[in-house]
Design a binder for this molecule. Sequence first.
Ligand code: PXP
Length: 247
Amino acid sequence: MILLGVNIDHCATLRQARYRQAGATVGGNVEPDPVALAQLCERAGADGITIHLREDRRHIQDRDLERLCEAAATRVNLEMACTPEMTALALRLKPHSVCLVPESREEVTTEGGLDVVKFRDKVARVTDAMNAAGIKTSLFIDADEHQIDLAKKLHAPWIELHTGAYANAYHGPARADEFKRLCVGATQAHALGLVVNAGHGINYVNVAEVRTIPHLHELNIGHSIISRALFTGIEEAVREMKTRMNS
Ligand code: PXP
């Protein structure tokens, strides 16, 4: 069975749209609460909860992460940049895993995989620290031979293949090539002994093909689940995605 990690960042996006100045992350008029949403996701079958604490704190706030680490019944996966600040935070709060992602302030969301080749030393430093603390590190990378090889050499136990380019190409001529690239990357990573996750841009339609990528352990999905939840409620949205992932 492929596991589902639900990314709840956009619940916080909605809260921040109205209550950015409130100071508090919960209580009084402040809503919606991402931690309460996470608990409903878990009740509906989510295998883990993912949040991205961005350096600019545009959606998830530090207090959300602290509360989630206390309240989660499943696993907390913290997406983070390779910075000393985020490393210290992860070592203090001890999520089950961290997913190292690139971050630039201008992007709307994470737009490309982490360049492990370029940032080798930074990635190695964070991965070593997490390994020593018993926190799993996942590297969010493109399905590129060199990136995958280096993930193994730096002792990251997991990778998350970036499915964004595939998702963007889904309705165009490049789809087959992008899909093949993901399959080749997953096969390579599995042969090296890496656990293979995937995420970004996965929705209720393209998941029918995404789920056939070999050796998938977990999919991390946010935007499409939160969007559907506006119409169906979050529990139905999570259940439906899990069914489509595994039927
Ligand atoms: N995985 C990673 C590493 C991400 O950065 C994101 C976006 O925050 C996701 C998965 C989820 O992407 P989406 O919201 O498009 O499902």
